[in-house]
Design a protein around this ligand. Structure first.
Ligand SMILES: Cc1ncc(COP(=O)(O)O)c(C=O)c1O
Length: 391
């Protein structure tokens, strides 16, 4: 609790005209520039003071020339994975790149060919199926099943859907937009399916640090040597420390042959060099950012309690399972019986900018995604508007 008191998440910070996607693209996205933005998954909180001061110190040195990734970066990443997720990562398994999505695109290029298939559990953060589509891969959608505690893998149906041309499975773990943290037994059974069908796995674990107490995140590659040998884990300090604009992420590839293929693909696109400021922020955040992260998670948990309590009276027309991770609520509005466009419109008219569920695939029809990482007073205002609009 001591840590929770030392950082200020209540203070609203004006982000307009900072080239922020969440604020500056409101007019284009919602047709109204003044909606309260609850869409893009970044946070309306200042980055940790240790990151701010490291960036300021580096900015004070006026030469911003070509930069190498020092061994300290892979060491910091390995130490972070060990400390936070109990995964023993050898520093040589790590490759740094300019964002998780660029690393995803390069992985798809390295491990599949145009015309081959890539399987993706859906609904999911849309670039995870758009990226393979853009690269000319056939996407096999694997719909999640709605179980009593939230979305679940539907492995028997998925086994039927896979074809001999399927090379890769892209996993989102923890899951955006549903907020699930996949359990050990779920990951084991998914892993067994991938082994049976000889699939490589790209595991997007960017939300791994934003997990609430109760169920720990398990890096898929930490489950067994067999899975480690066929998994490329992608991660980044971008979500955890609210530094997505610094475009720095990494891949962890235990298998030397896969690592060499990924490395060659990164080289082919000249994507190996780090972003100077992103590298500076990563070192500061992973080195000194844990007290801030503990305080952030405590604040987010209180925001989550407030959101669930405020929205509870809307049930059963609007319901929401408690997310186990992320600052995202996956609101099931199907009980309202509104077409998607009308649901979206009604919230825009109430001055709210949420992500429509269909953005994450047709399985998201009737859902809306709400980002609750904002100062509590503004969240309260947003929730009150939401209840008034949907009651
Ligand atoms: C699951 C997931 N993967 C990747 C990203 C984007 O990562 P990056 O900004 O490092 O490309 C996001 C951003 O919302 C995300 O939610």
């Amino acid at each position: 609790m001591g840590a929770a008191l030392s950082f200020d998440f209540d203070n609203p910070i004006d982000r307009s005209y900072t080239h922020s996607v969440k604020y500056d693209l409101r007019q284009a996205r919602f047709g109204r520039a003044e909606v309260l933005p609850l869409w893009v998954a970044d946070m309306d909180f200042a980055a940790p003071p240790c990151v701010e001061s490291a960036l300021a110190a580096r900015a004070a040195h006026p030469i911003y020339g070509y930069t190498v990734t020092p061994p300290a970066a892979a060491a910091a990443i390995a130490a972070w994975q060990q400390r936070r997720h109990g995964w023993a990562v050898a520093p040589e398994w790590v490759r740094v790149g300019p964002g998780l999505l660029p690393l995803l695109a390069v992985s798809i290029e390295a491990f599949s060919r145009p015309g081959e298939a890539v399987a993706v559990p859906t609904p999911v953060y849309n670039p995870l199926f758009e990226c393979p589509e853009r690269l000319g891969r056939r996407v096999i959608r694997l719909p999640l099943r709605l179980g009593p505690t939230g979305p679940e893998f539907d492995l028997d149906a998925w086994a039927e859907a896979l074809t001999p041309e399927t090379r890769l499975l892209i996993l989102c773990s923890p899951h955006n937009p549903c907020g699930r943290v996949w359990r050990h037994d779920e990951l084991e059974r998914l892993g067994a399916l991938c082994l049976r069908h000889d699939l490589l796995i790209v595991s997007d674990e960017i939300h791994a640090d934003l997990v609430y107490p109760g169920q720990p995140h398990l890096p898929l590659a930490s489950l067994s040597a067999e899975l480690a040998a066929r998994t490329v884990t992608l991660n980044s300090p971008g979500k955890t420390f609210n530094i997505a604009g610094l475009n720095t992420a990494y891949a962890i590839v235990p298998d030397p042959a896969l690592r060499e293929r990924l490395h060659a693909a990164l080289q082919a696109h000249y994507l190996e060099g780090p972003n100077l400021m992103g590298l500076t922020a990563l070192l500061a955040a992973y080195g000194e950012g844990e007290a801030w992260l503990a305080a952030l998670m405590a604040y987010l948990a209180d925001n989550l309690d407030l959101a669930l309590a405020t929205l509870a009276p809307l049930a059963p027309r609007v319901v929401c399972a408690r997310p186990q991770a992320t600052h995202l609520l996956w609101l099931d509005c199907r009980g309202l019986g509104l077409p998607d466009a009308q649901l979206h419109r009604r919230l825009i008219d109430a001055g709210l900018g949420l992500s429509p569920g269909t953005q994450f695939g047709p399985e998201g029809s009737g859902f809306m995604r709400l980002n609750f990482a904002l100062p509590r007073a503004r969240l309260r205002e947003a929730l009150d508007r939401l209840v008034a609009a949907l009651a």
